[in-house]
Design a protein. Structure first.
Length: 162
């Protein structure tokens, strides 16, 4: 007798901020008149000075960028943070400048990458990770989040957890 496991459906933990397709993309908006990009997506009005009345276009943002700054979260953040381990395991937070859009996006770094693995200027890419799995009406549902992952090695030749 064989048993078949239904793969979990994947849905974004925050609807409208990123795609769950492969490869994933962040979703932003662009002011049609100024060309300014926004993330998270802006739907009320353009925040570009002098362009409040401009149309906003929904766009997929670049998947890669350069590490602009980083730090570690050595303490457990307050709610609505969802802890994934007990006790808390420190993780890195990265600010990455998207090359095409020239905006800096802040986000968590994948597990296994420490501040010693990161270096300003290294290339990073968006990947998906499961925040938690819940029961849905048609089977399990993975609530997905996006994270940054290094795609290059440090200038000293050390490879991080890539």
């Amino acid at each position: 007798m064989s048993t078949t496991t239904t793969p979990a459906a994947r849905v974004p933990a925050i609807e409208g901020w990123f795609t769950v397709e492969d490869p994933p993309h962040l979703i932003g908006t662009r002011c049609a008149d100024s060309g300014t990009y926004f993330f998270p997506p802006e739907h009320t009005m353009s925040r570009a000075p002098g362009f409040a009345g401009s149309q906003l276009e929904t766009v997929q943002l670049s998947r890669t960028g350069r590490l602009w700054s980083f730090t570690n979260a050595g303490y457990q953040p307050p709610e609505p943070y969802v802890p994934v381990t007990d006790p808390h395991v420190p993780f890195c937070i990265a600010a990455v400048e998207l090359e095409a859009e020239k905006i800096v996006i802040l986000g968590q770094v994948v597990a296994g990458v420490s501040v010693e693995d990161l270096e300003i200027g290294m290339e990073m890419e968006i990947v998906l990770d499961t925040l938690f799995t819940e029961d849905g009406p048609d089977g399990p549902v993975d609530q997905m989040v996006w994270k940054w992952m290094p795609t290059s090695t440090r200038s000293d030749g050390r490879e991080g957890a890539i």
